[in-house]
Design a protein around this ligand. Structure first.
Ligand code: MOS
Length: 728
């Protein structure tokens, strides 16, 4: 019986967070630090013909103004005839997007730097630009991760009895974590330390090593706390290298914090997406063909694939399927991963189209999903290591009261409000990456556990402490878990919802190795009560190493370590996915049921009730896990009803670069949300039996809301966000 795993556990870092002890990147106190402020381009494409920094340089407190003319070199020098590239800031006169950094002002105070930044005057030779996906669709190129179609979808579609043909649009969305992107860099001789807001300290270290021409081992990246990131800090971004370059040139620590407005060009975004979906089914609703062509934008200087249709191919049993993704260059910054990347965009289109198909068939939308339920992975033909989606549908429908739904649109009312009920399915991966963790175990019954992962909010500190405490037989407060430092063992970026499966498996592995080492120590004594037993047969608990099957047989660990002269045991363990996984397909699934109330006079939509059921293996910390899923639902509401980055295509500039104009849900937008887990006993996916869940919680929500809006109003809105004017 587990003592911690599976039990609600409050955050071990909670007190540090609410008392201000938790230090975020910009909060580290570094003596003699200077403050940087970036100046951003005001054209979308072209060259800087002149940049006048004299007035800025003479402003009070200004230490230096860096532009492409005097900045230290970053990255490899581009060949004169090289294709356009923008990997590193301030390295050329080329402008590739509106909002690109063109200068860095460094001053004695933040206010002085910010003031002087306004005095930098740039002139440009502008070139024609294109920032709208619609205008560049013809130039779209297949994404590198495309897979070939299965079956003959075109032919199957032709002969299908019932068809849907529809196009779905999603605008650019921007991550808006509360903590802005920030870094502090300082050099001690040739050694660099950077405090950075990042999901991936090792990734930033590698990036800086390349950019600065410094060996990676001379660069330390530290990021113990992250105030939300959601994918915006998976890539290194441009500001750490800029900060480190300035610190090197000035021989002085430099701090750089982006403003909220600068956040809208600083770190990527969910790309603009257009999807053309054609479904064909027989009269019973059995899917005959799925053709989903997805298009999204990238920048002119980097490719990016949001893998929009990747997981979608594994959702329904359909023999004829083609889901190509094509990516088109625009003169914008490069997009990046944003929570539930690809899947939430792709499933908005697919699950909206499935709803349209259900109406065309006069069939219940959930029944349509059940008719097309994939019993095995449709892509590989392999069995699923576990898949409790059917139970998610059943339980969700029961809790929601789905059987009371009147199928006709506009048939349900609450006074003058139109009531709509919609549903959708969700899918995400159950990935595991190689990861390492280190445990130092002491005879006083304390342990320090570390791994260079991140905690962007899901509760990594807490769950890793729980896993270590569970397998070392300690109490939670006897374990200290440390993360976010390149001095710690390698961990993957915190992304893809793979942290607990990857890092958690490493922590478990390290703890079990320590158990085995203690058994070895015990067995040096010929009279040991554990003589001859195997490591699998013993466990650590409350200071004893004991036989699982007869807990009275065991040894005192402190005594054992003392008597063998062992002051502490340190173990670094690297976990990798087991080859057994290859025989199976592993995914996390869910079902969402949504009620909306629409004011027919105002066009306003209120999401009054959400039941989200997810099946993502074992739930280690239900408290944090429900928070993850609730957060996913809330973000899904934002994506469905509110979030849109508006670009003025005449200038290529983001017009909604603040939280006044870029709307995210507030408390008044959020009503009843119930999240439920259908636990799966999956011994294949990883030793802890956990699957990804942080991204999963968002995936089906925008589609379920759009479907509920159709049910309420009879209006099919295929373009997010569903703002009031679209319903009038
Ligand atoms: Mo998540 S978009 O993989 O940080």
């Amino acid at each position: 019986m587990a003592r911690y795993l599976g039990k609600e556990t409050t955050r071990v870092d909670g007190i540090a967070k609410v008392t201000g002890k938790a230090k975020y990147a910009a909060e580290f106190q570094v003596p003699h630090v200077a403050y940087g402020f970036v100046v951003l381009s005001t054209v979308a494409k072209g060259r800087i013909t002149a940049i006048d920094t004299r007035e800025a340089e003479q402003a009070a407190g200004v230490v230096r103004v860096f532009t492409h003319r005097n900045a230290g070199r970053l990255g490899k020098a581009p060949a004169a005839d090289a294709a356009p590239q923008w990997a590193w800031p301030l390295q050329s006169d080329r402008v590739f997007f509106n909002g690109q950094p063109i200068a860095l002002v460094v001053a004695e105070s933040y206010e002085q730097a910010r003031y002087a930044a306004r005095l930098v005057k740039a002139s440009y030779q502008a070139e024609p630009h294109a920032t709208e996906l619609e205008s560049v669709l013809d130039n779209a190129k297949p994404a590198s991760d495309n897979t070939p179609p299965r079956g003959d979808p075109a032919k199957a579609l032709q002969v299908a009895a019932v068809k849907v043909n529809a196009e779905y649009h999603i605008p650019i969305n921007h991550h808006n974590p509360i903590e802005p992107h920030a870094a502090i860099a300082f050099w001690e001789g040739n050694k660099l330390t950077v405090f950075d807001k990042t999901q991936n300290v090792y990734g930033v270290q590698k990036h800086l090593a390349e950019g600065l021409g410094v060996p990676a081992e001379d660069i330390r990246v530290v990021s113990p706390f992250v105030g939300g990131a959601f994918g915006s800090s998976l890539k290194p971004n441009y500001y750490p290298s800029l900060t480190a370059m300035a610190a090197r040139e000035l021989k002085r620590p430099v701090k750089l914090v982006l403003t909220r407005t600068q956040m809208f060009t600083g770190h990527g975004y969910r790309p603009q997406t257009i999807q053309k979906v054609r479904l064909g089914a027989d009269a019973n609703g059995k899917l005959q063909a799925i053709i989903q062509e997805a298009f999204h934008n990238t920048s002119s200087f980097e490719t990016f694939s949001d893998n929009t249709t990747g997981f979608l191919k594994q959702v329904y049993a359909c023999e004829n399927l083609d889901m190509p993704l094509k990516v088109a260059a625009t003169d914008l910054a490069t997009p990046t991963w944003m929570r539930a990347p690809g899947a939430v965009s792709g499933m908005f289109a697919l699950e909206s189209a499935m709803d349209e198909l259900a109406y065309a068939l006069k069939m219940d939308p959930m029944e349509l999903r059940l008719v097309n339920y994939a019993e095995v992975d449709p892509v590989s033909g392999k069995p699923f290591s576990s898949k409790a989606l059917r139970e998610c549908y059943r339980l969700g429908a029961e809790k929601f009261g789905w059987k009371n739904r009147k199928p006709e649109p506009r048939s349900m009312r609450d006074g003058k409000l139109l009531v709509g009920w919609g549903m959708a399915s969700s899918v995400w991966g159950a990935m595991q990456m190689p990861a390492s963790a280190k445990i130092t175990f002491r005879p006083d019954g304390t342990a320090t556990v570390s791994s260079a992962t991140s905690d962007i909010g899901p509760g990594t500190y807490t769950v890793m402490t729980m896993i270590a405490a569970e397998f070392l037989g300690l109490k939670l407060d006897q374990v200290t878990f440390e993360l976010g430092d390149t001095r710690q063992p390698q961990a993957p970026a915190q992304g893809g919802s793979w942290t607990t499966s990857s890092v958690g498996s490493a922590v478990r592995g390290a703890a079990l190795t320590i158990t085995a080492k203690l058994l070895d120590l015990a067995n040096r004594d010929a009279g040991s009560p554990l003589r001859g037993v195997s490591a699998d047969d013993v466990e650590m608990l409350d200071g004893r190493l004991r036989l699982k099957s007869d807990t009275s047989r065991g040894v005192d660990i402190a005594e054992l370590m003392r008597s063998t002269g062992t002051s502490e045991i340190t173990e670094v363990y690297k976990s990798t996915p087991s080859p057994e996984r290859d025989k199976y397909a592993s995914l996390a699934h869910g079902a969402q049921f949504v009620e909306v109330k629409v004011d027919p006079e105002l066009g306003t939509v209120k999401v009054t009730r959400v039941i989200e059921i997810t099946a993502c293996g074992k739930i280690l910390n239900p408290l944090a896990s429900h928070s993850q899923e609730i957060g996913g639902v809330v973000w899904g509401i934002g994506m469905a009803l509110e979030e849109a980055t508006e670009v003025d295509h005449r200038t290529g500039r983001v017009m909604t670069a603040n939280l006044q104009h870029y709307h995210v849900p507030v408390n008044a937008d959020i009503h009843a949300i119930e999240t439920v887990f259908v636990e799966e006993d999956d011994t294949i996916v990883n030793p802890l039996g956990v699957k990804g869940m942080g991204e999963l919680g968002m995936v089906g929500i925008p589609a379920a809301i759009a479907n509920a809006v159709y049910h309420a109003t009879g209006k099919r809105i295929r373009s997010l966000p569903i703002t009031p004017e679209k319903l009038l």
